[in-house]
Ligand binder design. Structure first.
Ligand SMILES: [Zn+2]
Ligand SMILES: [Zn+2]
Length: 354
């Protein structure tokens, strides 16, 4: 069953060059038997989207123009393939953007984020969700509760990164955690750490507003960099989300003996010096995090629990036709911009009028 008019074309946000994005048209995708067609209601702009937009690549992964960005999104099911059993037209859903092969050794051991065959929406060469409709296999689609808005539900993706990080670090109730960098992923780490009952959640950033948002989400104290200093030899876990060199180094010093440094933020340069001697003498663990696996249901329930406050992360919203403005706004992370949301299926209504 379908409620989609395929004689119409859909709008897509097409990345056509460095920092150049335009609205284009494409055919509405068909669904395979195991897929649902989602009408995309809200898309969050991710740090990786911003990086591809500005630089055209992340490491060896290069954008092939025209490209479609966006992998943090939620919407409504408007068509289901003939084998789909879990969804019906009208269901409100969010989508896990990385679909692995489900058959290799990594997939079968549950580490499907490391599958070589993964198709991850918006990671070149795969196109993303900044468009009106997208088809996706039903086992990577998740229902969202009525309490959550589409905008809030898009946060299940960055929150998944945070959950995966805390699982890798084995955070247990009562632990002291430092989270450096209050971008969206850092803020989602605050949400996850408070859900896991860390006793102290200390956060750092250079932007006061972001520290305020972190406090609303559950941070117990804040450190404004570079005015205030980070305590040394104190934390059980440090989560580094900024990718900034000094943050990694001060993170190592902030850990107490036997602590764990979790690195999420990609550094500007691939090679980063670390004080290995200090790490050895204090038996520190270095843990890296790449995407996530099996996190979406938990992410959705944490969002539901934090429903009263989690919306503070969303700092601006734009319709798809203003995608150029939206991407520019998303790059202003040194200012107050945290999470920018784009609406592919709203138009004519001004979202950002004062
Ligand atoms: Zn993301
Ligand atoms: Zn696989």
């Amino acid at each position: 069953m379908s409620i989609v008019d395929r004689s119409q074309k859909m709008q897509v946000a097409s990345l056509v060059g460095l920092s150049q994005v335009v609205v284009d048209y494409d055919t509405i995708p068909d669904v395979l038997p195991n897929e649902v067609l989602v009408k995309v209601e809200a898309v969050g702009i991710c740090g990786s989207d911003i990086h591809y937009y500005q630089h055209g690549h992340i490491g060896a992964r290069k954008v092939q123009y025209p490209h479609i960005q966006g992998h943090e999104f939620a919407g409504t099911v408007v068509e289901v393939g003939e084998q789909v059993t879990n969804f019906a037209v009208g269901d409100r859903v969010t989508v896990e953007p990385g679909v692995p092969c489900r058959m290799c050794e990594k997939c079968r051991s549950g580490k499907y984020n490391l599958c070589d065959q993964v198709v991850f929406l918006s990671t070149p060469p795969h196109k993303g969700a900044l468009r009106q409709y997208i088809s996706h296999p039903e086992d990577f689609v998740f229902p969202i509760p009525d309490e959550l808005t589409f905008e809030e539900a898009t946060l299940a993706e960055p929150l998944s990164v945070a959950i995966h990080a805390l699982k890798r670090a084995n955070l247990r109730p009562g632990m002291r955690i430092l989270i450096t960098g209050m971008g969206p992923v850092g803020l989602m780490c605050v949400c996850a750490a408070s859900f896991y009952n860390a006793s102290e959640i200390v956060v750092t950033d250079m932007v006061k507003h972001k520290l305020q948002v972190a406090t609303e989400l559950g941070a117990t104290s804040t450190i404004e960099i570079p005015l205030e200093t980070i305590p040394e030899d104190y934390f059980d876990i440090v989560i580094e989300t900024s990718g900034a060199r000094p943050a990694l180094q001060s993170g190592i010093r902030a850990l107490e003996k036997g602590g764990k440094l979790v690195s999420i933020g990609f550094p500007k340069d691939a090679e980063v010096p670390i004080d290995l001697t200090m790490m050895l003498q204090r038996e520190l663990d270095l843990i890296t995090v790449y995407r996530y696996a099996n996190t979406f249901p938990l992410a959705i329930s944490i969002l539901k629990e934090l429903k009263e406050v989690v919306g503070t992360v969303i700092t601006s919203t734009f319709e798809l036709e203003h995608i150029d403005e939206a991407m520019k706004k998303a790059t202003e992370t040194h200012l107050d911009s945290i999470k920018v949301i784009v609406y592919p299926n709203k138009s004519g209504k001004k979202q950002n009028t004062e």
